[in-house]
Design a protein. Structure first.
Length: 459
């Protein structure tokens, strides 16, 4: 409930910001501080691929409605109005005159209406199998929509964690810059006091190392700006809206440990691709049966009503004679319609069977590939988890090493090279530490995608 309320407040802020910008004439910047879940929900609402999947779903729903509608009566109406020759009863009574000629003066008009109602009774599966195929097709498109949503969520997570990684690296580089400034200050003091350990060359070494640090700082700044821009674009926000991630630090998650087989079983239950293949196979099987049903006739109940009227034509009441311009009759009949051809139906059945076989091969591939994808993400997550611990121990030790080397340098018994090496190792290991956390979160996101974890409760 709190999440929905927060999302609604975010949307309200966006609307107010847009209205304010329109009234002022020049758009003002609006800052939004968003959690990861809020970013995902916002991105899902505007994602074009999710919208396209929804359109496909609505198309399949219309096909299901069409298939269902074939169960109900169909009505055909034909209405005509036009000229007709005049005719008198005397022309056929008491005997049929064969020498009556048509005269343009006898031309009159007529109007008619013919109504045909057909109610299917038995189609040998043509209707039911197409309805079944459409129903499974709807489930396929629902799973496709969920798959697209999962892909969008994975992309948003990459951008979000990318912002956090860039900021952590900025922090590490800022720390190194402070070390460089403190080192330069210390070396200058030693040189000013003419201490033997003070060497002008050390200043050049520090400047050269600081140049490398500054270079990486610019790269981190660029990475942060690009990640924020990509996150903003993915969320479909306007130019007058600035975003900020609510998460302050890139930290590890306290997730319960689970074995690989558990994740594979979860994937079989909730991965959209598995559902697509399951429902797709059922739909294709139904289409094969629907194609085979064309070998058989359609049994239906028909109702006929026909009426016509023409001026200057006498009505003939005789069951043996039907006047197309002057009559009224109706009736009900049981009918059969059977289409026979030489190979056309068989070819259509073969085509549907080929599509079914193709999907079966895709299913076999997914059965082997998706568990492999899960295993890869799981192993990458476990590897990153171990690297996080290793790099943390490494930069902690490097920090202690640097402190000891600096103390020795202060006492005049150390080598400044040891300080430089310690700081370099410290910076590298701490940067690798945050990179490992990023890799862990990315591997976890890939694992959630691989098992079909839904990104948000609603979107």
């Amino acid at each position: 409930m709190k999440r929905h309320l927060k999302t609604a407040l975010v949307a309200l802020c966006l609307c107010l910001a847009t209205a304010s910008a329109s009234s002022a004439g020049s758009p003002s910047k609006t800052l939004l501080v968003l959690e990861l879940d809020e970013c995902i929900r916002t991105a899902l609402k505007v994602a074009p691929e999710v919208g396209e999947a929804q359109a496909d779903l609505e198309l399949m729903l219309s096909k299901q409605q069409e298939a269902r509608a074939y169960r109900y009566p169909q009505v055909d109406v034909m209405a005509l109005f036009g000229p007709a020759p005049g005719a008198k009863r005397d022309d056929i009574s008491p005997y049929v005159k064969t020498d009556s000629s048509f005269n343009m003066k006898d031309l009159t008009w007529f109007t008619s209406a013919d109504l045909l109602i057909t109610q299917p009774l038995w189609t040998f599966g043509k209707i039911s199998e197409n309805m079944k195929a459409a129903g499974h097709g709807i489930e396929v498109d629902k799973a496709k929509k969920q798959q697209k949503a999962n892909e969008v969520a994975l992309e948003v997570k990459k951008y979000y964690y990318g912002v956090l990684l860039a900021r952590e690296l900025k922090g590490v580089l800022s720390e190194l810059q402070e070390y460089m400034e403190a080192g330069k200050k210390k070396v200058r003091e030693l040189i000013e006091h003419e201490v033997p350990s003070g060497d002008e060359m050390d200043l050049h070494k520090i400047d050269a190392y600081a140049g490398t640090v500054n270079k990486f700082m610019e790269e981190a700044l660029k990475g942060e700006r690009l990640a924020l821009a990509a996150l903003k674009a993915r969320m479909g926000l306007g130019a007058n809206v600035e975003i900020e991630v609510a998460t302050e630090r890139l930290t590890m998650d306290n997730d319960p440990d689970a074995d690989i087989e558990t994740f594979i079983e979860r994937a079989r239950l909730q991965r959209p691709e598995f559902k697509q293949l399951k429902e797709g196979l059922a739909a294709r099987s139904a289409l094969v049966d629907a194609a085979k049903a064309n070998y058989y006739p359609d049994i239906f109940l028909a109702g006929v009503l026909s009426w016509a009227y023409a001026d200057k034509r006498d009505r003939i009441d005789n069951p043996y004679i039907t006047d197309r311009f002057q009559h009224a009759y109706g009736g009900v009949a049981l009918g059969m319609k059977w289409h026979l051809d030489f190979g056309i139906i068989g070819a259509k059945v073969a085509a549907e069977q080929a599509q079914l076989n193709r999907l079966q091969n895709t299913n076999n591939y997914a059965e082997a590939f998706i568990p492999l994808q899960i295993r890869k993400a799981w192993l990458e997550m476990k590897e990153a988890e171990k690297v996080v611990t290793i790099t943390k121990d490494a930069f902690t030790s490097a920090k202690k090493w640097g402190a000891a080397a600096l103390a020795n340098f202060d006492f005049g018994i150390g080598n400044p090279k040891d300080v430089f090496e310690a700081v370099e190792v410290y910076g590298k290991m701490k940067a690798d530490h945050y990179q490992a956390i990023y890799n862990y979160k990315l591997a976890k996101a890939n694992l959630e995608y691989a098992i079909g974890e839904q990104p948000a409760a609603s979107y």
